[in-house]
Design a protein. Structure first.
Length: 551
């Protein structure tokens, strides 16, 4: 491919752009990532990582790297005016389960997380191109022509790049959305601003997330970061007496405010790495696609940091778009598949804005209706219940003839009965029939293919589904034959990528498959870890893939 061309050009090197690039690169798609900044930014922003994102990191192959440096969300320590303190978890504590191996929120600063993603991208010969600013784009039926400026000042040079598709992941002030002419719909909450920052804090236990005062009165919260050995904490502050604009410019004024609110003589604010006056814009783009150009992440939605939904929603944008764009760019899938990106993501983003804005108001409003502690968070924000049940892309033959309930895209963190469009649960304790090794479904799922789970009682029952799968592009569908725990006379199934015995019964339970005679259920799991279909027999497999593959 010529030097100044790529199949997909990604504008922006934050988590959204990097995850989208990694999804594409792992699918064998030529990708370039440009970044207008001359260097990678430091900082904690977007540091809360929800369990759903940890799932995706597993499928992308970076979870182990993330877990080596991330840390579990610490309990909050709320100080009383009389010097006492109350300690409580922000979310209801949960232990790992067969379906959810990573049930809790963890923290990792965005700079560190992006570093991990960049290192993984280098294995696919993709390096972020710094100091490259997009200035214009034009598209036609053949592709997109992009003009950029590379370098700064007198050394800047103009270049023309060619791509089949462009993804704008360049943030709330990014140029891609503006060039497309998309409006950002929503509101600005002038009275709900916050002072945010990263700084060295001495004399404070980094085992807790500390908070003094209660909004909307003067309040300071200091959360430890992965840089514990350096005593770096992340700040959120607000209050009636706090002049946020002055504090962001006058660090001595800020230090005085902290001393007055905390009244802790042992607390010392050292070097301040970053301090800013954040004003909440609650907005989402009117569209996510214009022909061959897409927007994702903060370029498509801006919101309150309360609830930690933004970065996690952005990563879900990136993987949703990435696997679909990979298939279409390789001429394996129908171009109509790209339209389901906005169809699926816009309702989720809308609900995300609702939840995070409600939390912001409940935290900062003096007339909050709830008497509950405003720092407590509902489990739905762990995002395990986010689903696409309404999507035209999913197929649920178990629900045939049933009335669809009102859409709540966040659902529940605990799904009592799995549906097509839901998060695909993990299932450990599977015995590999060929090797005897113990494995789990999350070891199988990847962003590079669909996984078809074929539940059978007899080896010959898998034949029709395997024959149907063989008609589709090689390497894009991974077949797993699963014998329920009660099955006797287990034998290997030639033609299946993997054959396992559900020894501990977690797969059948997680996917709602009854154990016993005539077990012939099939579950199709998408590359982004959502259940694409719950069907019975090879006809159901064909019906689902008819909307995806161009065969």
């Amino acid at each position: 491919m010529p030097r100044n061309s790529a199949t997909v050009l990604i504008v922006g090197s934050g988590p959204t752009g990097l995850v989208c690039a990694l999804t594409l690169a792992q699918n064998g798609v030529s990708v370039r990532v440009i970044e207008k900044l001359p260097h990678f930014p430091n900082g904690q922003r977007g540091s809360a990582i929800m369990p759903r994102t940890l799932d995706l990191y597993q499928f992308l192959g970076v979870l182990d790297d993330v877990n080596r440096v991330a840390f579990m969300a610490p309990p909050m320590k709320q100080y009383d005016s009389d010097g006492g303190a109350t300690v409580f978890p922000m979310f209801t504590p949960a232990l790992p389960s067969p379906a959810v191996p990573e049930p809790g929120m963890v923290f990792l600063g965005q700079a560190a997380a992006c570093g991990i993603l960049r290192e993984r991208l280098k294995k696919f010969n993709v390096d972020v191109e710094l100091g490259v600013r997009l200035t214009s784009l034009e598209q036609d039926a053949a592709g997109v022509t992009v003009k950029v400026t590379r370098g700064q000042g007198d050394l800047a040079v103009e270049e023309t790049l060619q791509a089949q598709y462009v993804v704008g992941a360049d943030g709330a002030r990014g140029v891609v959305r503006k060039l497309l002419g998309f409006s950002m719909l929503g509101e600005t909450l002038q009275s709900k601003g916050l002072l945010i920052g990263d700084m060295e804090v001495k004399g404070l236990d980094n085992a807790y997330w500390h908070t003094w005062g209660m909004p909307p009165n003067d309040n300071v919260t200091l959360r430890p970061t992965e840089r514990k050995s350096e005593n770096i904490f992340s700040l959120i502050a607000t209050g009636a007496t706090l002049d946020r604009t002055k504090a962001a410019q006058d660090f001595q004024y800020y230090r005085h405010f902290v001393r007055e609110v905390t009244k802790d003589p042992n607390l010392e604010i050292g070097e301040i790495e970053f301090l800013a006056d954040w004003k909440p814009n609650i907005r989402m783009a009117e569209a996510l696609q214009k022909e061959r150009v897409f927007i994702a992440g903060d370029a498509a939605h801006v919101h309150s940091p309360t609830g930690g939904q933004g970065m996690n929603s952005s990563i879900m944008d990136a993987v949703n778009l990435g696997w679909k764009l990979a298939l279409v760019s390789k001429n394996l899938a129908k171009t109509s598949l790209l339209g389901t990106y906005a169809e699926e993501r816009l309702p989720v983003i809308k609900d995300m804005l609702f939840h995070s804005t409600a939390l912001l108001k409940n935290t900062l409003d003096a007339d909050r209706k709830s008497t509950a502690n405003p720092w407590l968070r509902p489990d739905a924000l762990l995002m395990l219940g986010v689903h696409y049940r309404w999507s035209s892309l999913v197929l649920d033959q178990r629900q045939a003839g049933k009335v669809e309930e009102a859409i709540n895209t966040y659902g529940s963190s605990i799904v009592s009965s799995i549906r097509a469009g839901d998060r695909a649960p993990d299932a450990p304790g599977l015995v590999n029939i060929r090797t005897g090794d113990i494995c789990r479904l999350f070891d199988v799922y990847k962003v590079t293919y669909h996984t078809v789970l074929i539940f059978i009682d007899q080896a010959e029952d898998a034949g029709p589904a395997l024959n149907t799968i063989a008609r589709y592009p090689v390497g894009r569908i991974y077949s797993v034959v699963i014998y329920p725990s009660s099955t006797a006379g287990i034998v290997d199934v030639p033609g299946a990528d993997l054959a396992v015995h559900d020894h501990d019964h977690h797969a059948c339970v997680g996917y709602g498959v009854p154990s016993g005679a005539e077990t012939k259920d099939l579950v199709i799991v998408r590359p982004d870890g959502f259940v694409g279909a719950l069907v019975s027999g090879d006809v159901g497999v064909e019906s689902y893939f008819h909307n995806i593959y161009d065969v």
